[in-house]
Design a protein around this ligand. Structure first.
Ligand code: AR6
Length: 162
């Protein structure tokens, strides 16, 4: 079951929230900053111990002060026009996160719109990839949530899932 929600991902009660991080895993702005603020300083310590993550891959930590039990950190591609492997890397972000989630018996998971903020990936193109990967995996989960921050993203996802 794929749902579209508009709001702050840190406020959701789910087993896992996905974080759109950078390869240092040491925090940043956007959703990454919000997740680190809400999870508290132990999240940074856990990320420091991991020591980074390549683009397209994912790493898991506890959620600490979040309601979510887990944070799955992914590093989306920076948009460089679309012919530098960005679609495959974005697809890997979603599929690797869902693989990690399955390994940790996650039943409910929420994704932000990875790469579409600071990293500049066109929203509709990114959403098509996100929805395709989620649809493929949805049967393995109770809830897969697309957590949109903007009304525009919400409407794109709702159209794609209609
Ligand atoms: N809940 C849900 N979505 C949010 C929230 C929130 N609290 N805050 C922002 N968004 P971005 P990226 C949306 O820039 O493009 C960071 O500095 C936002 O509106 O957070 O993957 C990292 O450290 C947008 O739709 O991530 C990296 O350096 C989406 O989250 C870099 O930004 C993603 O925007 C990653 O860039």
């Amino acid at each position: 079951m794929i749902e579209v929600i508009r709001g702050d991902i840190t406020a959701l009660t789910v087993d896992a929230v996905v974080n759109a991080a950078n390869s240092s895993l040491l925090g940043g702005g956007g959703v990454d900053g919000a997740i680190h603020r809400a999870a508290g300083p132990r999240l940074l310590q856990a990320c420091q111990a991991i020591g980074g993550c390549p683009t397209g891959e994912s790493r898991i930590t506890p959620g600490f002060d979040l309601d979510a039990q887990w944070v799955i950190h992914v590093v989306g591609p920076v948009w460089r026009g679309g012919s530098h492997g960005e679609p495959d890397m974005l697809k890997s972000c979603y599929s690797n996160s869902l693989d990690l989630a399955r390994q940790h018996k996650v039943r409910t998971i929420a994704f932000p719109c990875i790469s579409t903020g600071v990293y500049g990936y066109p929203q509709r193109e990114a959403a098509k990839i996100a929805v395709a990967v989620m649809q493929h995996a949805a049967k393995d989960f109770e809830r897969v949530i697309c957590c949109c921050f903007s009304a525009e993203d919400e409407s794109i996802y709702k159209q794609l899932l209609a």
